[in-house]
Every structure is written in C-alpha cells, then in structure tokens.
Write a new protein. Structure first.
Length: 325
C-alpha cells in the first residue's frame, strides 16, 4: 500500500506500507479523497511527536466489514477519535477527551493519506448522495467550525471577530455569519478575502479594531500575533475561542485575562451529522476553497502547495491502485 509517512519531522512517500488489518467491529475503508489541513502542517513542524501516515479529513468507501458485511460499499466519512467507551470521559458523553483515545493521523493511528485506512464501524457515517466527494472532505473541519456554536452562546447582538481566514477560518466565517448580526474577519491574503466577500462576510484591517471592543473573538490564524490581537480586541468579560494548534509555545498576557475576566475556550472536534446536513442541503458549499488535487505520487508536492502562505484546501487522491497488500 502507498501512503504519505511522517517521521522525525520528515515526510516521505512509501510504496510498501502494510495494508491495515481489520479487527472485529472495524472496517477497511478505501480512501477516495483526503484533505491537507493546518494540523497536518503543524505536525510536520513538530506540534506533536507523531510517526505514521498523516491525514484525518477524508471520504471513502467501506471495502471490508466482517462484523457488518451489509455496510460494504457504503460511501462514508469518519469521526477521527477512536475511544475506549469505558472511561469517565466516555461515560460522561465527552468521548473526544477519552484518556485512551487514538486519533486518526494524529495520535497513535495511521491516517487517511494512503490508499486504505481502518476505523471502528461506529465512527463511520454514511453520506447522502447530495454530498459530493469533494464536499465530503470538508465534513471534519466544518464540524470543527460548528463546535464553536456548541460551546459559545452566541447572541444576535454579539460583535464577533474572526482572526485568520485560512482553511478552517473560511468555514468558521460561513458558520458564524448567519447567527450574529456583526461578524468581521482579519484576512491577509487576496484569495481569502475574495472568498469571504463572495459569501457576504466582511473583512477589515486589523489596524481599525478598537481595544476592548469585541464580544467574542475566534483565533484561527495559527500565529502568536493572532493571539495577541485577540487579547487586545476582546471586551472585559468577553470570550476568546482558540481554534489554532501551534508548533512551540505561544505567550499570553495572563494579567489581562484576570483583570478583564476574559473567558478562554479551547475548541477542537465537532458534530459530524449537522455538518453533513448543511452540506447536503447546500447551505454551505466549501468546494470553492479547493486549489488543487494531487495523486499520492505527488503527495510531497501537494504538501508544498498547502504550505504556501495564504493557501487554501489541497486534496490528495489515492487512486485505484491497491498496491502491496
């Protein structure tokens, strides 16, 4: 099997990887398309000491499911956290924080930048025909964007600032715009600005943002300067939602947080089914974010394209070659 392998901060294309062996309750999924996201790029930079096949945004087809053979042939996306189901977090309905979890392409489990992957059947969600493969790749990051609405009680009168308009920021903008009366975005690249304006989201220059003027700030820039701007802009008793992962450590003015009683919320994975529903109804169409499709053989070139400043979504297409099983 062919796949994109990360080890000691170096990417390589490997042609003779072992195809995943399916355990009871699991399925083997043939990957149709997979998307490169900022977390993948941060893993390469050293965000987390991961070794293995990268990738967690995917759409594919179940080709083996010994315990549920009727699901073979289903077109699916997959929840990326594989959990124990028995710990205190799982029992409390917080399985995404399971202490024993593995995470597809991120923690202890090979990911989607390969011809095949394996996940528990309970993680795999069948897609309606109305959701194209290209749109389905966005289910995981769209769900992450929707998680903000799960965690923060947004009111129509709230003034919301989004810092960062990259791969995830574009989706956050589309998710938040319908639920608040004023959403403004700091974006630094023309392609990002054009997409936001196309869907009616207002872009502003960060220089005009007043100090202590914003009710809710979402930081999705992936840079420490974005975090500094968030802290400058948020009102006393306001909220900062952190959507970025960083390679290295970011500094934070804790005194400002204490004095102004600012709420910090970390935000990660989100609900898949609402994301699929939005895509299926055409409420959100993220496919205009795709800037390139590459075969696995061009995987390193794809990562280079995805790493360019201001780059949006780059897709990997494993193709039909089954390779060395």
């Amino acid at each position: 099997m062919r796949g994109i392998w990360l080890e000691d901060g170096a990417l390589s294309l490997r042609d003779r990887l072992e195809c995943p062996k399916v355990n009871r309750g699991e399925a083997l999924v043939k990957v149709t398309l997979a998307g490169i996201c900022n977390t993948d790029l941060e893993l390469v930079r050293g965000y987390y000491p991961y070794t293995g096949i990268l990738g967690h945004e995917f759409v594919g087809t179940i080709v083996e499911a010994p315990s549920q053979p009727s699901r073979v042939g289903s077109r699916v996306v997959g929840e990326i956290n594989v959990v124990c189901g028995a710990c205190e977090y799982c029992a409390a309905g917080l399985s995404n924080h399971c202490a024993e979890r593995s995470v597809l392409g991120i923690v202890g489990r090979d990911g989607a930048f390969a011809e095949f992957l394996r996940l528990p059947l309970e993680n795999l969600i069948e897609l309606p025909p109305a959701v194209s493969d290209e749109a389905a790749v966005f289910v995981e990051p769209l769900a992450a964007a929707l998680q903000i609405r799960e965690q923060v009680h947004l009111k129509p009168e709230h003034r919301v600032l989004l810092i960062g308009a990259g791969k995830l920021g574009q989706l956050i903008g589309r998710v938040l715009a319908p639920v608040v009366s004023e959403l403004v975005v700091v974006a630094r690249h023309s392609a990002q600005v054009e997409l936001l304006e196309k869907v009616g989201v207002k872009v502003i220059d960060e220089a005009i943002i007043g100090e202590r003027s914003i009710d809710v700030v979402v930081e999705a820039s992936g840079s420490s300067s974005g975090l500094d701007l968030a802290l400058k802009a948020v009102k006393p008793r306001g909220t900062i939602v952190l959507k970025s992962t960083y390679a290295g450590k970011a500094s934070l003015d804790c005194s400002r947080i204490v004095v102004d009683e600012v709420t910090l919320i970390g935000s990660r994975c989100g609900p898949f089914r609402p994301a699929i529903e939005l895509l299926g109804k055409g409420v959100i169409d993220p496919t205009d974010m795709v800037i390139g499709r590459y075969g696995l053989a061009q995987g390193l070139e794809a990562f280079k394209a995805a790493s360019e400043r201001g780059a949006l979504k780059v897709l990997l297409e494993p193709g039909d070659v089954r390779g060395n099983m």
